[in-house]
Ligand binder design. Sequence first.
Ligand code: RFL
Ligand code: PHB
Length: 391
Amino acid sequence: MRTTVGIIGAGPAGLLLARLLHRAGIDSVVLESRDRAYVERRQRAGILEQGTVDVLREAGAAARMDREGLPHDGIELRFARRRHRVDFPALTGGRSVTVYAQTEVCKDLIALQLAEGGPLLFEAEALAVEGAESENPRVHFRHQGREDTLHCDYVVGCDGFWGVARTAMPEALSRVYERTYPYGWLGILADVPPSHDELVYARHDRGFALLSMRSPTVTRAYLQVPDGTDAADWTDDEIWDELDRRLETDDAWRLARGPVTAKSVTPMRSYVHEPMRHGRLFLAGDAAHIVPPTGAKGLNLAVGDVVTFARALVAYREKGDASRLDAYSDTCLRRVWQAERFSYAMTTMLHRAPDATPFDDRIQLARLDRITTARSAETDLAESYTGFPLD
Ligand code: RFL
Ligand code: PHB
Protein backbone atom coordinates (compact mmCIF):
# COMPACT_ATOMS: atom_id res chain seq x y z
CA MET A 1 0.00 0.00 0.00
CA ARG A 2 1.26 3.51 -0.82
CA THR A 3 0.12 7.02 0.05
CA THR A 4 1.43 10.55 0.51
CA VAL A 5 0.69 10.90 4.23
CA GLY A 6 0.37 7.85 6.48
CA ILE A 7 -1.68 8.78 9.54
CA ILE A 8 -1.57 6.56 12.62
CA GLY A 9 -4.66 6.96 14.83
CA ALA A 10 -8.26 8.05 14.25
CA GLY A 11 -8.77 10.30 17.25
CA PRO A 12 -9.53 13.96 16.61
CA ALA A 13 -5.94 14.67 15.45
CA GLY A 14 -5.77 11.89 12.82
CA LEU A 15 -9.34 12.34 11.58
CA LEU A 16 -9.07 16.11 11.19
CA LEU A 17 -5.69 15.81 9.49
CA ALA A 18 -7.12 13.37 6.94
CA ARG A 19 -9.97 15.81 6.30
CA LEU A 20 -7.68 18.86 5.89
CA LEU A 21 -5.40 16.95 3.50
CA HIS A 22 -8.36 15.67 1.48
CA ARG A 23 -9.64 19.24 1.09
CA ALA A 24 -6.15 20.27 -0.12
CA GLY A 25 -6.05 17.44 -2.67
CA ILE A 26 -3.38 15.43 -0.79
CA ASP A 27 -4.03 11.72 -0.29
CA SER A 28 -3.66 9.91 3.01
CA VAL A 29 -4.41 6.59 4.69
CA VAL A 30 -5.57 6.43 8.32
CA LEU A 31 -4.75 3.35 10.42
CA GLU A 32 -6.78 2.93 13.63
CA SER A 33 -6.22 0.03 16.00
CA ARG A 34 -9.74 0.09 17.55
CA ASP A 35 -13.11 -0.52 15.93
CA ARG A 36 -15.41 2.28 14.83
CA ALA A 37 -17.93 1.88 17.68
CA TYR A 38 -15.17 2.16 20.29
CA VAL A 39 -13.71 5.32 18.75
CA GLU A 40 -17.16 6.90 18.48
CA ARG A 41 -18.09 6.17 22.11
CA ARG A 42 -14.92 7.05 24.01
CA GLN A 43 -15.98 9.82 26.46
CA ARG A 44 -13.51 12.67 26.59
CA ALA A 45 -13.30 16.37 25.90
CA GLY A 46 -16.20 18.76 25.72
CA ILE A 47 -14.91 22.27 25.01
CA LEU A 48 -13.92 23.61 21.60
CA GLU A 49 -11.95 26.84 21.40
CA GLN A 50 -13.00 29.50 18.93
CA GLY A 51 -10.05 28.56 16.68
CA THR A 52 -11.08 24.88 16.67
CA VAL A 53 -14.64 25.82 15.71
CA ASP A 54 -13.30 28.01 12.88
CA VAL A 55 -11.09 25.18 11.58
CA LEU A 56 -13.97 22.67 11.61
CA ARG A 57 -16.06 25.15 9.63
CA GLU A 58 -13.27 25.72 7.08
CA ALA A 59 -12.92 21.94 6.77
CA GLY A 60 -16.62 21.59 5.92
CA ALA A 61 -17.15 19.50 9.05
CA ALA A 62 -19.29 21.82 11.12
CA ALA A 63 -22.88 21.28 9.96
CA ARG A 64 -24.03 19.36 13.05
CA MET A 65 -21.77 21.31 15.42
CA ASP A 66 -23.41 24.53 14.22
CA ARG A 67 -26.85 23.05 14.92
CA GLU A 68 -26.19 21.23 18.19
CA GLY A 69 -23.09 22.87 19.73
CA LEU A 70 -23.73 25.21 22.64
CA PRO A 71 -21.84 28.53 22.40
CA HIS A 72 -20.59 29.62 25.84
CA ASP A 73 -19.53 33.19 26.63
CA GLY A 74 -18.05 32.48 30.04
CA ILE A 75 -17.33 30.15 32.94
CA GLU A 76 -18.04 30.42 36.62
CA LEU A 77 -15.38 30.12 39.31
CA ARG A 78 -16.67 28.96 42.67
CA PHE A 79 -14.71 29.15 45.92
CA ALA A 80 -15.37 30.00 49.56
CA ARG A 81 -19.12 29.62 48.78
CA ARG A 82 -18.81 32.56 46.35
CA ARG A 83 -19.49 32.69 42.61
CA HIS A 84 -17.60 34.71 40.03
CA ARG A 85 -18.39 34.77 36.31
CA VAL A 86 -15.56 35.27 33.80
CA ASP A 87 -17.02 37.02 30.76
CA PHE A 88 -14.98 35.84 27.75
CA PRO A 89 -16.12 38.18 24.94
CA ALA A 90 -15.84 41.26 27.17
CA LEU A 91 -12.27 40.35 28.17
CA THR A 92 -10.95 39.02 24.85
CA GLY A 93 -12.52 41.25 22.23
CA GLY A 94 -15.29 38.85 21.32
CA ARG A 95 -13.84 35.35 21.68
CA SER A 96 -15.85 32.48 23.18
CA VAL A 97 -15.94 28.64 23.29
CA THR A 98 -18.40 25.95 22.19
CA VAL A 99 -19.60 22.91 24.12
CA TYR A 100 -19.64 20.05 21.62
CA ALA A 101 -18.35 16.64 22.68
CA GLN A 102 -15.24 15.05 21.22
CA THR A 103 -17.34 11.94 20.51
CA GLU A 104 -19.51 14.03 18.19
CA VAL A 105 -16.52 15.70 16.47
CA CYS A 106 -15.13 12.22 15.79
CA LYS A 107 -18.46 10.83 14.53
CA ASP A 108 -18.81 13.76 12.12
CA LEU A 109 -15.24 13.42 10.80
CA ILE A 110 -15.49 9.63 10.44
CA ALA A 111 -18.72 9.91 8.43
CA LEU A 112 -17.15 12.52 6.11
CA GLN A 113 -13.94 10.54 5.68
CA LEU A 114 -15.77 7.33 4.79
CA ALA A 115 -18.07 9.18 2.36
CA GLU A 116 -15.55 11.46 0.65
CA GLY A 117 -11.98 10.89 1.83
CA GLY A 118 -9.21 8.32 1.48
CA PRO A 119 -8.99 4.96 3.23
CA LEU A 120 -9.73 4.87 6.96
CA LEU A 121 -8.96 1.38 8.26
CA PHE A 122 -10.37 0.33 11.63
CA GLU A 123 -8.82 -2.55 13.57
CA ALA A 124 -5.56 -1.75 11.79
CA GLU A 125 -2.81 -1.60 14.39
CA ALA A 126 0.46 0.14 13.54
CA LEU A 127 3.30 -2.06 14.80
CA ALA A 128 6.34 0.06 13.93
CA VAL A 129 7.49 3.09 11.94
CA GLU A 130 10.68 2.73 9.93
CA GLY A 131 12.83 4.97 7.76
CA ALA A 132 11.90 8.33 9.34
CA GLU A 133 15.21 9.72 8.10
CA SER A 134 14.70 8.47 4.54
CA GLU A 135 12.59 9.86 1.65
CA ASN A 136 10.02 7.09 2.07
CA PRO A 137 9.13 6.21 5.64
CA ARG A 138 7.03 3.09 6.24
CA VAL A 139 4.42 1.95 8.72
CA HIS A 140 4.15 -1.76 9.43
CA PHE A 141 0.65 -2.69 10.52
CA ARG A 142 -1.69 -5.59 11.14
CA HIS A 143 -5.19 -5.56 9.64
CA GLN A 144 -7.69 -8.43 9.69
CA GLY A 145 -5.01 -10.79 10.92
CA ARG A 146 -2.56 -9.94 8.12
CA GLU A 147 0.61 -7.91 8.33
CA ASP A 148 1.18 -5.23 5.70
CA THR A 149 3.35 -2.16 5.02
CA LEU A 150 2.18 1.37 4.24
CA HIS A 151 4.77 3.25 2.15
CA CYS A 152 4.54 7.03 2.58
CA ASP A 153 6.17 10.37 1.85
CA TYR A 154 5.36 11.46 5.42
CA VAL A 155 4.14 9.68 8.54
CA VAL A 156 2.14 11.57 11.16
CA GLY A 157 1.79 9.83 14.52
CA CYS A 158 -1.65 10.82 15.85
CA ASP A 159 -1.80 7.68 17.97
CA GLY A 160 -2.17 9.19 21.43
CA PHE A 161 -0.06 8.82 24.54
CA TRP A 162 0.16 5.00 24.34
CA GLY A 163 0.89 4.88 20.59
CA VAL A 164 3.84 3.50 18.69
CA ALA A 165 4.98 6.53 16.65
CA ARG A 166 6.83 8.26 19.48
CA THR A 167 8.96 5.14 20.05
CA ALA A 168 10.40 5.59 16.53
CA MET A 169 12.07 8.84 17.61
CA PRO A 170 15.78 8.23 18.29
CA GLU A 171 16.35 8.09 22.03
CA ALA A 172 19.42 10.29 21.77
CA LEU A 173 17.29 13.15 20.38
CA SER A 174 14.26 12.76 22.64
CA ARG A 175 13.67 14.99 25.62
CA VAL A 176 10.73 14.38 27.94
CA TYR A 177 9.26 16.90 30.39
CA GLU A 178 6.74 15.39 32.74
CA ARG A 179 4.70 15.86 35.88
CA THR A 180 2.12 13.59 37.46
CA TYR A 181 -0.44 14.75 39.99
CA PRO A 182 -1.43 12.86 43.14
CA TYR A 183 -5.11 12.88 42.15
CA GLY A 184 -7.44 12.07 39.27
CA TRP A 185 -10.93 12.92 38.05
CA LEU A 186 -14.01 10.80 38.59
CA GLY A 187 -16.27 11.76 35.66
CA ILE A 188 -19.97 11.06 35.27
CA LEU A 189 -22.64 11.50 32.62
CA ALA A 190 -26.18 11.93 33.95
CA ASP A 191 -29.60 12.24 32.34
CA VAL A 192 -30.52 15.53 33.94
CA PRO A 193 -30.45 19.09 32.55
CA PRO A 194 -27.30 20.97 33.64
CA SER A 195 -27.88 22.94 36.85
CA HIS A 196 -26.13 26.00 35.44
CA ASP A 197 -26.03 27.39 31.91
CA GLU A 198 -22.21 27.69 31.89
CA LEU A 199 -19.39 25.49 33.21
CA VAL A 200 -18.63 25.79 36.91
CA TYR A 201 -15.05 25.22 38.17
CA ALA A 202 -15.07 24.86 41.96
CA ARG A 203 -12.22 24.99 44.48
CA HIS A 204 -13.20 23.45 47.83
CA ASP A 205 -11.32 22.23 50.89
CA ARG A 206 -12.63 18.73 50.07
CA GLY A 207 -11.20 18.98 46.53
CA PHE A 208 -12.02 20.22 43.03
CA ALA A 209 -15.38 19.80 41.26
CA LEU A 210 -16.45 20.67 37.73
CA LEU A 211 -19.98 20.98 36.48
CA SER A 212 -20.18 20.64 32.69
CA MET A 213 -22.69 19.43 30.15
CA ARG A 214 -23.13 17.52 26.92
CA SER A 215 -26.51 18.92 25.85
CA PRO A 216 -29.49 20.77 27.34
CA THR A 217 -30.61 17.44 28.86
CA VAL A 218 -27.30 15.76 29.78
CA THR A 219 -24.99 16.79 32.63
CA ARG A 220 -21.26 15.97 32.68
CA ALA A 221 -19.54 16.41 36.04
CA TYR A 222 -16.17 15.63 37.60
CA LEU A 223 -14.82 15.23 41.13
CA GLN A 224 -11.19 15.27 42.20
CA VAL A 225 -10.46 11.82 43.71
CA PRO A 226 -7.28 10.28 45.18
CA ASP A 227 -4.89 8.54 42.81
CA GLY A 228 -5.82 4.91 42.23
CA THR A 229 -9.56 5.42 42.90
CA ASP A 230 -11.87 2.83 41.30
CA ALA A 231 -15.07 4.41 39.89
CA ALA A 232 -17.03 1.42 41.22
CA ASP A 233 -16.12 2.48 44.78
CA TRP A 234 -18.49 5.45 44.47
CA THR A 235 -22.28 5.00 44.53
CA ASP A 236 -24.36 7.48 42.54
CA ASP A 237 -25.71 9.03 45.75
CA GLU A 238 -22.21 9.49 47.12
CA ILE A 239 -21.18 11.27 43.92
CA TRP A 240 -24.16 13.64 44.02
CA ASP A 241 -23.64 14.30 47.75
CA GLU A 242 -20.00 15.17 47.15
CA LEU A 243 -20.81 17.40 44.16
CA ASP A 244 -23.39 19.15 46.35
CA ARG A 245 -20.81 19.83 49.05
CA ARG A 246 -18.08 21.07 46.75
CA LEU A 247 -20.38 23.26 44.65
CA GLU A 248 -22.20 24.81 47.63
CA THR A 249 -22.90 28.56 47.54
CA ASP A 250 -24.41 31.09 49.90
CA ASP A 251 -27.30 31.84 47.55
CA ALA A 252 -30.28 29.77 46.44
CA TRP A 253 -28.40 27.78 43.73
CA ARG A 254 -29.27 24.04 43.80
CA LEU A 255 -27.78 21.00 42.05
CA ALA A 256 -30.30 18.86 40.16
CA ARG A 257 -29.74 15.08 40.36
CA GLY A 258 -30.59 12.40 37.81
CA PRO A 259 -29.68 8.86 36.72
CA VAL A 260 -25.93 8.38 36.22
CA THR A 261 -25.33 6.66 32.86
CA ALA A 262 -21.50 6.48 32.82
CA LYS A 263 -18.73 6.67 35.41
CA SER A 264 -14.95 6.55 34.96
CA VAL A 265 -11.67 7.76 36.48
CA THR A 266 -8.97 9.65 34.56
CA PRO A 267 -5.44 10.13 35.89
CA MET A 268 -3.85 13.56 35.50
CA ARG A 269 -0.49 14.30 33.96
CA SER A 270 1.49 16.97 32.16
CA TYR A 271 3.86 15.60 29.52
CA VAL A 272 5.80 17.02 26.56
CA HIS A 273 8.03 15.13 24.14
CA GLU A 274 10.54 17.25 22.24
CA PRO A 275 11.10 17.45 19.35
CA MET A 276 7.77 16.75 17.65
CA ARG A 277 9.44 15.92 14.35
CA HIS A 278 12.27 13.72 13.20
CA GLY A 279 12.97 13.60 9.46
CA ARG A 280 9.66 12.67 7.82
CA LEU A 281 8.00 11.48 11.03
CA PHE A 282 5.78 14.05 12.75
CA LEU A 283 3.98 13.68 16.10
CA ALA A 284 0.63 15.39 16.69
CA GLY A 285 -1.80 15.63 19.62
CA ASP A 286 -1.57 13.36 22.66
CA ALA A 287 1.21 11.37 20.95
CA ALA A 288 3.49 14.32 21.71
CA HIS A 289 1.94 16.02 24.73
CA ILE A 290 -0.59 15.62 27.51
CA VAL A 291 -2.21 18.30 29.64
CA PRO A 292 -4.37 17.81 32.72
CA PRO A 293 -8.00 18.39 31.64
CA THR A 294 -8.60 21.40 33.93
CA GLY A 295 -7.76 23.87 31.14
CA ALA A 296 -9.84 22.00 28.48
CA LYS A 297 -6.86 22.17 26.12
CA GLY A 298 -6.00 18.60 24.95
CA LEU A 299 -8.32 18.32 21.96
CA ASN A 300 -7.67 21.91 20.94
CA LEU A 301 -3.89 21.35 20.97
CA ALA A 302 -4.34 18.27 18.80
CA VAL A 303 -6.27 20.42 16.32
CA GLY A 304 -3.54 23.09 16.39
CA ASP A 305 -0.81 20.55 15.58
CA VAL A 306 -2.54 19.05 12.55
CA VAL A 307 -3.53 22.46 11.19
CA THR A 308 0.13 23.50 11.42
CA PHE A 309 1.23 20.32 9.63
CA ALA A 310 -1.41 20.55 6.88
CA ARG A 311 -0.66 24.23 6.18
CA ALA A 312 3.08 23.53 6.12
CA LEU A 313 2.72 20.63 3.70
CA VAL A 314 0.48 22.67 1.40
CA ALA A 315 3.04 25.53 1.41
CA TYR A 316 5.77 23.05 0.47
CA ARG A 317 3.82 21.40 -2.34
CA GLU A 318 2.40 24.59 -3.79
CA LYS A 319 5.35 26.97 -3.38
CA GLY A 320 8.30 24.67 -2.75
CA ASP A 321 8.73 26.43 0.60
CA ALA A 322 9.93 23.86 3.17
CA SER A 323 10.48 26.38 5.96
CA ARG A 324 7.14 25.72 7.64
CA LEU A 325 7.65 21.96 7.63
CA ASP A 326 11.12 22.50 9.07
CA ALA A 327 9.67 24.78 11.76
CA TYR A 328 6.79 22.35 12.61
CA SER A 329 8.15 21.26 15.99
CA ASP A 330 9.09 24.77 17.17
CA THR A 331 5.81 26.27 15.96
CA CYS A 332 3.71 23.64 17.76
CA LEU A 333 5.80 23.61 20.92
CA ARG A 334 5.35 27.34 21.49
CA ARG A 335 1.59 26.82 21.61
CA VAL A 336 1.93 23.55 23.54
CA TRP A 337 3.94 25.14 26.33
CA GLN A 338 1.40 27.96 26.67
CA ALA A 339 -1.31 25.32 27.10
CA GLU A 340 0.90 23.39 29.55
CA ARG A 341 1.41 26.57 31.57
CA PHE A 342 -2.30 27.36 31.66
CA SER A 343 -3.44 23.80 32.41
CA TYR A 344 -0.89 23.52 35.22
CA ALA A 345 -1.95 26.89 36.66
CA MET A 346 -5.67 25.98 36.57
CA THR A 347 -4.98 22.54 38.06
CA THR A 348 -2.82 23.73 40.94
CA MET A 349 -5.14 26.66 41.68
CA LEU A 350 -8.26 24.51 41.96
CA HIS A 351 -7.21 21.05 43.26
CA ARG A 352 -6.30 20.25 46.84
CA ALA A 353 -3.11 18.19 47.03
CA PRO A 354 -3.12 15.44 49.72
CA ASP A 355 -0.20 17.18 51.47
CA ALA A 356 -1.60 20.71 51.10
CA THR A 357 -0.73 23.01 54.00
CA PRO A 358 -2.83 25.94 55.28
CA PHE A 359 -0.31 28.17 53.46
CA ASP A 360 -1.07 26.41 50.15
CA ASP A 361 -4.80 26.89 50.75
CA ARG A 362 -4.34 30.60 51.35
CA ILE A 363 -2.24 30.97 48.18
CA GLN A 364 -4.97 29.25 46.12
CA LEU A 365 -7.61 31.58 47.54
CA ALA A 366 -5.36 34.59 46.90
CA ARG A 367 -4.90 33.52 43.26
CA LEU A 368 -8.67 33.19 42.85
CA ASP A 369 -9.22 36.51 44.61
CA ARG A 370 -6.74 38.12 42.21
CA ILE A 371 -8.66 36.82 39.18
CA THR A 372 -11.92 38.16 40.54
CA THR A 373 -10.53 41.60 41.37
CA ALA A 374 -7.75 42.39 38.85
CA ARG A 375 -8.84 42.71 35.26
CA SER A 376 -5.34 41.83 34.03
CA ALA A 377 -5.45 38.46 35.84
CA GLU A 378 -8.98 37.75 34.66
CA THR A 379 -8.07 38.71 31.08
CA ASP A 380 -5.13 36.30 31.15
CA LEU A 381 -7.48 33.47 32.16
CA ALA A 382 -10.06 34.41 29.50
CA GLU A 383 -7.44 34.68 26.73
CA SER A 384 -5.81 31.39 27.70
CA TYR A 385 -9.13 29.52 28.01
CA THR A 386 -10.55 30.71 24.69
CA GLY A 387 -7.28 29.82 22.96
CA PHE A 388 -4.10 31.01 21.34
CA PRO A 389 -4.01 31.81 17.62
CA LEU A 390 -3.14 29.06 15.13
CA ASP A 391 -0.18 29.53 12.79
P1 RFL B 1 -6.53 10.21 20.91
O1 RFL B 1 -7.90 10.76 21.00
O2 RFL B 1 -6.00 9.45 22.08
O3 RFL B 1 -6.48 9.28 19.62
C1 RFL B 1 -5.41 8.41 19.35
C2 RFL B 1 -5.92 7.30 18.49
O4 RFL B 1 -4.84 6.45 18.09
C3 RFL B 1 -5.24 5.10 18.21
N1 RFL B 1 -4.02 4.29 18.33
C4 RFL B 1 -3.51 3.54 17.32
N2 RFL B 1 -3.95 3.33 16.07
C5 RFL B 1 -3.22 2.50 15.27
N3 RFL B 1 -2.08 1.88 15.70
C6 RFL B 1 -1.62 2.06 16.95
N4 RFL B 1 -0.50 1.47 17.35
C7 RFL B 1 -2.34 2.92 17.83
N5 RFL B 1 -2.18 3.34 19.12
C8 RFL B 1 -3.20 4.15 19.40
C9 RFL B 1 -6.16 5.10 19.42
O5 RFL B 1 -7.03 3.97 19.44
C10 RFL B 1 -6.90 6.41 19.23
O6 RFL B 1 -8.07 6.25 18.46
O7 RFL B 1 -5.45 11.34 20.59
P2 RFL B 1 -5.59 12.72 19.74
O8 RFL B 1 -6.24 12.48 18.43
O9 RFL B 1 -4.25 13.33 19.83
O10 RFL B 1 -6.63 13.60 20.57
C11 RFL B 1 -6.33 14.09 21.85
C12 RFL B 1 -7.60 14.20 22.67
O11 RFL B 1 -8.30 12.98 22.64
C13 RFL B 1 -7.31 14.58 24.13
O12 RFL B 1 -6.26 15.51 24.22
C14 RFL B 1 -8.55 15.20 24.83
O13 RFL B 1 -9.58 14.26 24.95
C15 RFL B 1 -8.17 15.73 26.21
N6 RFL B 1 -9.33 16.23 26.96
C16 RFL B 1 -9.87 17.47 26.71
N7 RFL B 1 -9.39 18.24 25.69
C17 RFL B 1 -9.98 19.44 25.40
O14 RFL B 1 -9.50 20.12 24.46
N8 RFL B 1 -11.06 19.93 26.09
C18 RFL B 1 -11.61 19.22 27.11
O15 RFL B 1 -12.61 19.67 27.67
C19 RFL B 1 -10.99 17.97 27.48
N9 RFL B 1 -11.50 17.22 28.46
C20 RFL B 1 -9.91 15.43 27.96
C21 RFL B 1 -11.00 15.97 28.71
C22 RFL B 1 -9.46 14.14 28.20
C23 RFL B 1 -10.07 13.39 29.18
N10 RFL B 1 -9.57 12.07 29.34
C24 RFL B 1 -10.41 10.93 29.44
C25 RFL B 1 -8.17 11.81 29.14
C26 RFL B 1 -11.62 15.23 29.70
C27 RFL B 1 -11.13 13.95 29.96
C28 RFL B 1 -11.80 13.20 31.07
C1 PHB C 1 -15.96 18.21 29.75
O1 PHB C 1 -17.12 18.67 29.59
O2 PHB C 1 -15.71 17.01 29.56
C2 PHB C 1 -14.89 19.10 30.23
C3 PHB C 1 -15.10 20.47 30.27
C4 PHB C 1 -14.09 21.30 30.72
C5 PHB C 1 -12.89 20.78 31.13
C6 PHB C 1 -12.66 19.42 31.05
C7 PHB C 1 -13.66 18.57 30.61
O3 PHB C 1 -11.91 21.61 31.60
